[in-house]
Design a binder for this molecule. Structure first.
Ligand SMILES: *[C@@H]1O[C@H](CO)[C@@H](O)[C@H](O)[C@H]1NC(C)=O
Length: 457
């Protein structure tokens, strides 16, 4: 034990010197261009065009033909979801997709909110923009940009949008009413993919910052989990005077500082030293099992996507069933890791097959799985902790909704290293990685109380 502590101290001190000498820098906004070929001098067209999701019969027939031709493999006896998607169950999902799932109905649901596209930095950016319906007299709506992650889409927010734009009709206080903007990350769904290498989270944050300015918002809130959490964090770093508050349902904290290493070694025995609550201890310890092995077991996809996205993506873009298995396995395990032990992956415990397949359809019809996977290469392909934004603290007031089944729990003590102005940190009673999709009301309430706290000040 003593040796471990001494070793950790030495390594920690070195790492601390290296990564965490806090410089009071801000992240430059920068500029970029992601269109094909060379950038033209022509001024960018700034028009915002209404957009509707449409599907041709041809696209649907092609999908059905491919579903009909699927070559399944047999699962190992009793393996459930421990080897990945149970292919016996996959047959059931595919049979529903083929004959029960009504895409036309889902299209109406998708198109119930106004969609738009506009060109930014050479590529077409898609977004949903919903204004409040029953804004109480004398009140102005608060703009909020909500950013999805992988393997999700703007659709993850669909159950939350009415709670924020029309809270009174859903039994919530209408003290704060929002105008919601849900963009698609470039290369995801209906946003055009970058044609150039290097379109990372900071570039996407800048693109979304330009989008918000183009829409006329000088001040706004930002919310996200997964990649959305990183993009919104970068947004708060490049435009701190425009982002009024940052709300996250996942925190990516690098654990490379001396105090953090000590908290890993000593946190279970001396939680008070690090301000750990019982809930932190429950979620993090024993550390090897709950965090370390968990990350190793569940992050293979990330290694592939951060190195050779185009190779692995090739078959996924060619096979709707392969795509569904790859995406939906995440909606099983990332919602609750114990779902690996369910024969059906527990998929329908928290989601409907209609909602799950709608998200898969967004990837399928747009052929965007490869470009979505490339985002890992752009963000972590050069290593973790090396990008400039990772070393710069976030000063914008931050609210964190911490779900118990999140992939890696980030205690307040760690989060504070990066987010130096945390005004609310709440342990959610249930739910996993897809907070907005899984527990829309819980997440909406947390955003409302966070904004309430900020606006009071
Ligand atoms: C796969 O799922 C089905 C339920 O859809 C179940 O009957 C079967 O036992 C499962 N197979 C394995 C190997 O777990």
């Amino acid at each position: 034990m003593l040796l471990e502590v001494v070793l950790a101290l030495v390594i920690g001190a070195l790492l601390y010197q290296f990564f965490f000498k806090r410089k009071d820098e801000t992240l430059p906004v920068g500029d970029g261009w992601w269109g094909p070929g060379t950038r033209t001098d022509k001024e960018e067209e700034e028009d915002i065009r209404p957009f509707k999701i449409e599907t041709t019969e041809e696209e649907l027939n092609d999908l059905f033909r491919r579903l009909d031709q699927t070559r399944f493999s047999e699962p190992l006896e009793g393996s459930r979801f421990n080897y990945g998607f149970n292919s016996t169950h996959l047959r059931k999902v595919v049979s529903y997709w083929r004959s029960g799932f009504n895409w036309r109905k889902q299209l109406d649901i998708l198109n119930q909110y106004p969609h738009y596209k506009t060109k930014i930095e050479g590529i077409d950016i898609h977004f949903v923009h919903v204004k409040p319906v029953n804004l109480p007299a004398g009140r102005t709506a608060k703009p909020i940009i909500m950013v999805h992650g992988w393997p999700g889409s703007f659709y993850e927010f669909y159950k939350m949008i009415p709670l924020l734009t029309d809270p009174a009709s859903h039994g919530l206080s209408d003290e704060h009413v929002f105008e919601v903007i849900c963009p698609s990350i470039p290369g995801y769904g209906f946003s055009e993919a970058s044609h150039k290498q290097g379109c990372n989270s900071v570039a996407v944050a800048r693109v979304f910052y330009k989008l918000m300015l183009r829409l006329g918002f000088r001040e706004f809130y930002a919310q996200g989990g997964d990649w959305g959490s990183l993009v919104c964090t970068n947004l708060a770093q490049i435009a701190p005077s425009h982002v009024k508050g940052l709300h996250l349902n996942m925190v990516m904290a690098s654990a490379a500082s001396l105090p953090q290493l000590l908290s890993i070694l000593l946190g279970q025995r001396f939680p008070g030293l690090f301000g750990f609550q019982d809930e932190d201890v429950r979620r993090m310890f024993p550390f090897l099992k709950k965090v370390f092995y968990h990350i190793v077991k569940e992050s293979g996809y990330m290694h592939i996507q951060a190195t050779k996205p185009d190779t692995a993506g090739c078959s996924l873009n060619d096979s709707p069933v392969g795509l569904a298995a790859y995406i939906l396995e995440k909606f099983s395990t990332w919602t609750d890791e114990e779902f690996r032990d369910h024969e059906d992956g527990g998929l329908e415990r928290k989601f409907s097959l209609d909602d799950l397949l709608t998200n898969v359809m967004i990837y399928w019809l747009t052929g965007s799985i490869v470009s979505s996977m490339r985002f890992y290469k752009e963000n972590v392909g050069k290593g973790i902790g090396v990008a400039k934004h990772e070393k710069i603290p976030v000063k914008v007031p931050t609210g964190i909704a911490s779900f118990p089944n999140e992939l890696v729990h980030c205690p307040l003590f760690w989060a504070k290293k990066k987010y130096v102005n945390i005004v609310s940190f709440n342990y959610m009673p249930r739910g996993g990685h897809f907070g907005a999709f899984e527990e829309p009301e819980m997440l909406a309430k947390d955003i409302l109380q966070f904004v309430g706290k900020l606006e009071q000040k």
